[in-house]
Design a protein around this ligand. Structure first.
Ligand code: F6R
Length: 608
């Protein structure tokens, strides 16, 4: 999604703004721009595509000025070209904006009728026109901004700069996040604390309905009616992390290989390894007293939730209702305060997930959030926060956040099982011991399967379609495998429940399309083997991801068999995630796509 940065400083800002944009690159974007005020003039440089295009512009035509705003744009209204790139200028007003102005057509018609001329196809430009109109009416910048905010509807974060008031940036939030950072004689604005990391770790997060007047001395925050509000200053933890690729070619590769380490961070929050018991963090919600659990999330986080559903139902006998957040929020599902709801989100800012959370809050449910960003909106609006401790995930395709979400959900399900007396202390200890094996087994698997995945990726890169099959928790994993492959390699892929094969997808089987079967040697193994037989009988090419026991038990011909160590069912989804992540990664690398920022995708989806 779009990224916003701003500096009201005491030295030149253009270079620093672009550096800050680089730290937001992970969010995904397709054009970028920067504007400063210098010598009574607003100046800007904008470029389509990646930030190095903007840097080339700036090298050729540098920008001076100690106040500036900058933006990476992920197109919503209007194609990603230079004219639609932010900042947008109207009569001495410069605007950058993230989100969607929903009443933009109506406002645009009104402004055009009033003589306004639009230079872009964006919804953002109405903001600049409205503020400029209010300044002409004689209002000061803060008054003009508030008047505009009371006209626009939608979800947005924005920053506005004024040619005639060069020491001020005014920011507003109603949806996507914004953080104000405090330096020495300089004040900063950013879409997240990572963007501001080189400048400061003293941060104030704006909340929905906040408008911040930012000067070199600090920030004054008011609501949209102009009443002063106080927001706490905090030391951001995000700034403690270095965002670099280390020795890896891509962030995604680095993040795949970080999993053994971050999984142990995740587990250590919820599990006491000395006693093999889950701890108090896992019982923030009293699962014994809830009638059922509603889970909602998007994309990969949703698939983690789907695996969680199997665990909560199996180990805690707790019924789970789960849906993708974009459907959940509009289903008008009957809910009651006897239920609890769990929202899973790496970023903690996903618009649909947040809207589902607010729907559940209105219905009086107890709310839990499984998040990576502790300071995020979803975390702040929840009763119980379950951090996944994965560290910043920069690659757009989620990898380590997925397995850490799973680790946390597994611990919560075991805790719920104990609380509901469905898991004995002995069973709890045995399950926790299995969780504790994960980091070691993950390291072993990452080293062992990498060469095989790299060579298989050459085969996969020649295909147009790939089918993934699995049963039980391997079914959501099959969908995750397909999602990972399609989003970064652009090869069409689908994940199906193996038992559904003969209800339709079997018609696709031929010698061309590989079928990736995920089948640990578990309760479902024999059933999945029957489905594999159906594929083999039709000449289908099978990539069999199983364990040593499964490889020994199956006699079916395969294109490749990947035999992982045999592990307990509770940790199999995390271990089996590794080959599917590596396969997608190497296929994308082989095909030469932009692995960390695949086309059209954004990391933090703050619009519906
Ligand atoms: C896919 C991926 C996305 C996210 C989804 C939710 O690899 O990363 O599908 O999982 O956009 O994002 P969060 O977890 O930030 O709510």
């Amino acid at each position: 999604m779009c990224g916003i940065v701003g500096i009201v400083g005491n030295k030149p800002v253009a270079g620093r703004l672009v550096d800050a944009l680089k730290r937001l690159e992970y969010r995904g974007y397709d054009s970028a721009g920067v504007a400063t005020i210098y010598d009574g003039r607003l100046e800007r440089r904008r470029a389509e595509g990646k930030l190095f295009n903007l840097e080339k512009r700036l090298d050729a035509e540098p920008l001076s000025g100690a106040t500036g705003i900058a933006h990476t744009r992920w197109a919503t209204h209007g194609v990603p070209n230079e004219a639609n790139a932010h900042p947008h200028f109207v009569d001495g007003v410069a605007v950058v904006h993230n989100g969607i102005i929903e009443n933009f057509s109506e406002l645009r018609d009104e402004l055009v009728a009033d003589g306004a001329v639009f230079n872009s196809q964006t919804d953002t430009e109405v903001i600049a026109h409205l503020v400029a109109r209010h300044l002409r009416e004689g209002l000061d910048p803060a008054e003009a901004m508030l008047k505009m905010l009371n006209r626009v509807t939608g979800a947005y974060a924005m920053a506005v700069m004024f040619r005639d008031d060069p020491g001020t940036i005014i920011a507003a939030r109603s949806g996507p996040p914004l953080a104000v950072g405090f330096g020495k004689g300089e004040t900063f604005l950013g879409s997240d604390a990572i963007a501001l990391a080189p400048f400061t770790n003293e941060i104030t997060y704006l909340v929905d309905g906040d408008c911040a007047l930012i000067t070199r001395e600090g920030a004054t925050i008011v609501d949209f009616s102009g009443n002063r509000v106080d927001r706490p200053r905090q030391l951001s933890q995000a700034t403690a992390f270095m965002v670099d690729k280390g020795n890896h070619r891509h962030f995604m590769e680095k993040e795949i290989y970080e999993q053994p380490e971050v999984i142990s961070h995740a587990l250590s929050q919820y599990v006491d390894f000395a006693t093999d018991r889950v701890n108090g963090m896992a019982s923030q919600i009293d699962f014994a007293s809830v009638s059922s659990l509603a889970i909602s999330a998007c994309g990969t986080a949703y698939l983690a939730g789907l695996i969680g559903k199997y665990w909560f139902e199996r180990y805690a006998r707790l019924p789970v209702e789960i849906d993708v957040a974009s459907e959940f929020r509009y289903r008008e599902m009957p809910l009651s305060p006897s239920q609890a709801a769990l929202f899973i989100s790496q970023s903690g800012e996903t618009a649909d997930t947040l809207a589902s959370l607010r729907y559940c809050r209105e219905q009086g449910l107890k709310i839990g959030a499984v998040v990576n960003v502790r300071e995020s909106t979803i975390a702040r609006e929840s009763d119980a926060v379950y951090p996944i401790m994965a560290g910043p995930e920069i690659g757009v395709a989620s990898t380590k956040a997925f397995t850490c979400q799973l680790a946390v959900l597994a611990a919560l399900a075991i805790g719920a099982g104990r609380a509901r007396d469905m898991v004995s202390v002995e069973e709890e200890k045995a399950l926790v011991r299995h969780l504790a094996e994960m980091p070691r087994v993950m390291s072993q698997v990452l080293n062992a399967v990498q060469p095989q995945m790299e060579s298989l990726s050459r085969e996969l890169s020649k295909c147009k379609d790939v089918l993934y099959l699995g049963r039980g928790t391997s079914f959501p994993l099959a969908m995750e495998g397909a999602l990972k492959l399609k989003e970064i390699s652009y090869i069409h892929a689908e994940g199906y429940a193996a038992g559904e094969l003969k209800h339709g997808p079997i018609a696709l089987i031929d010698e061309e399309m590989p079928v990736i079967v995920i089948a640990p040697h578990d309760r479902f193994f024999e059933k999945t083997i029957s489905n594999m037989q159906e594929v083999a009988a039709r000449g289908g090419r099978i990539i069999f991801i199983t364990d040593e026991k499964g490889a020994a038990a199956s006699k079916l011909p395969t294109m490749a068999t990947i035999a992982l160590p045999h592990v307990d069912e509770i940790i199999a989804p995390m271990i089996f995630s590794l080959p599917i992540q590596l396969l997608a990664y190497h296929t994308a690398v082989f095909m030469g796509t932009d692995v960390d920022q695949p086309r059209n995708l954004a990391k933090s989806v703050t619009v519906e």
